[in-house]
Write a protein that binds this ligand. Structure first.
Ligand code: BES
Ligand code: MN
Ligand code: ZN
Length: 500
């Protein structure tokens, strides 16, 4: 699955490859590389357009086997209507084509940067198609004995225009780096909880920090005691595994004192604790550390891509288990912030570990912006389905940027309200707040609980990725299992905040 990605300027038709990917809108106008390929193939493409086989509709993928030319196959990838084109169509259709190429045994593919097809410099398109092809090359096979999977080995993204391709080259590089980091995040999510323990999360983060020379701090139990992280320690008590908090820095804008904080939920297994979950489907809870995987692997991306912003990632990680020493419903925990929290459901654990992590990063770094990402509530699926990420923010401008990043990244977000009336749902008779109420809307109440740990003047946003964290079949950029959705919207968001 390690695919090498290159960018080149030159003639796409002259490049040796197992497949050359080209794109077409449903107006069926053959331009640029595809027009020249048609000529080279004696009008074969236009003939098939006339015959109605090649339509340019989205999902219409044609594979022509070619002889006597440098490319062994010509892929014609339909993008649908020009007027309603979205970058994510490019990403996902390129991914589908890449899957097809894998299936038929292609190893070296090239993709034509569609200069003549789109407005502007085509760098966003180049980035998207690179992301799509690299992401489609992923499958988690570590525990399939003797399994042989067909993978692409080399992708050359090729620009037919002569000069001025620096921006495209950079976009291809970014797409490649982000997709590769996403594969690492997906690996973390697909590992079972007996392997991806809190200590293992620390190990992965340590490797990333060391390879990129990023400052890393790992808080251990004694640090948590010193800091008073009663919520995090409470959740971890029922497990045999020690909890950790991974803190990593990327100083991409050393002249600035501003920090962006990213906080990710790292529950390596969520049994529900004493408020135990039903056993059907419980195995999915090995991925309750998706938020942590996202923020940890994003640091690899920020470092390698040289992103010009100061980002600190915080990943509190532990297990939620019903051991003999487990925290119990009715317990009252003292958070790092000083607020007392009554536990009414030990299955509402994510907000507890996040609350302490948020207090920690705000006190240590005074970030101007803080975003947390978490598989927080099953209710997210009820709220918006699996096509939109429920997002919350206490700042309109931050949300506007998040929405924009959602569109370009292919991970759209939709704002839900931090509706103050619902705060009633987390008022406790015996403590300052309680961690759950048994009535809807769970997703909003989860966000309102986190809001209790946001300190002025932090601009904060919360992404609840519980509905999108896994898929049950291979499709487009997704492979069965963990998706790491939330990662790309955050990457694109940080790009919007970069020093210009
Ligand atoms: N990790 C779960 C949320 C979840 C559910 C993620 C399904 C992915 C798929 C979270 O810790 C949880 O248990 N949430 C509870 C909250 C409730 C007790 C207030 C839920 O959603 O039921
Ligand atoms: Mn839970
Ligand atoms: Zn959970």
């Amino acid at each position: 699955m390690e695919i090498e990605v290159r960018h080149k300027s030159g003639d796409p038709l002259a490049l040796k490859s197992d497949a050359l990917l080209t794109f077409l809108f449903d107006d069926q106008k053959l331009v640029g590389t595809l027009a020249r390929a048609d000529e080279r193939l004696d009008g074969w493409v236009s003939e098939l357009v006339k015959a109605g086989e090649i339509t340019g509709k989205r999902g219409n993928l044609t594979v022509l086997h070619a002889r006597g030319v440098a490319f062994k196959r010509l892929f014609i990838v339909g993008l649908g209507k020009r007027e309603s084109f979205e970058l994510d169509f490019m990403r996902n259709e390129a991914a589908t084509a890449a899957r097809k190429a894998r299936e038929i045994g292609c190893k070296r593919v090239s993709a034509d940067v569609p200069h003549e097809l789109v407005d502007g410099d085509a760098s966003s398109e180049a980035r998207s198609l690179t992301e799509g092809i690299v992401l489609a090359n992923y499958k988690f096979t570590k525990y399939l004995s003797g399994h042989k999977e067909r993978y692409l080995e080399l992708l050359t993204v090729i620009s037919a225009t002569k000069g001025g391709n620096g921006k495209i080259e950079n976009a291809v590089r970014q797409g490649d780096l982000l997709a590769h980091a996403t594969q690492v995040a997906r690996d973390m999510c697909n590992e079972p909880s007996n392997v991806m323990t809190p200590a293992e999360v620390v190990r992965v983060a340590t490797g990333i920090a060391r390879r990129n020379k990023l400052p890393l701090k790992v808080l251990k139990l004694k640090d948590m005691q010193r800091l008073g992280m009663g919520m995090l320690m409470g959740v971890a008590k029922g497990s045999a595994h020690e909890p950790f908090v991974v803190v990593m820095e990327h100083r991409g804008d050393p002249k600035s004192k501003e920090w962006i904080a990213l906080v990710g939920k790292g529950i390596t297994f969520d049994s529900g604790g004493i408020s135990i979950k039903p056993s059907s489907g419980m195995h999915h809870m090995k991925r309750d550390m998706t938020g942590a995987a996202i923020v940890v692997t994003l640091m690899d991306y920020f470092a390698k891509a040289g992103v010009r912003a100061n980002v600190v990632s915080v990943a509190p990680t532990c297990e939620n288990m019903p051991g003999g020493n487990a925290y119990k419903p009715g317990d009252i925990l003292r958070s790092m912030s000083g607020k007392y929290v009554e536990i009414t459901n030990t299955d509402a654990e994510g907000r507890l570990i996040l609350g302490d992590a948020m207090t920690y990063v705000q006190r240590q770094y005074k970030p101007s912006v803080m975003i947390d990402v978490a598989t927080l509530t099953g209710g997210a699926l009820m709220a918006l389905g699996a096509g939109l990420i429920p997002a919350f923010s206490n700042d309109d401008e931050l949300y506007a940027q998040l929405e924009k990043a959602g569109k370009t990244s292919g991970e759209p977000v939709y704002r839900l309200p931090l509706y103050p009336i619902y705060k009633k749902g987390i008022r406790s008779y015996f403590a300052d707040v309680k961690n759950s109420s048994f009535s809807a809307p769970a997703t909003i109440k989860g966000a309102l609980f986190l809001d209790e740990f946001v300190e002025k003047p932090t601009k904060w946003a919360h992404l609840d990725i519980a509905a999108v964290f896994a898929v049950d079949k291979d499709q487009g950029i997704f492979s069965r299992g963990g998706t790491a959705v939330g990662m790309r919207v955050l990457a694109h968001l940080v790009h919007l905040m970069e020093k210009k």
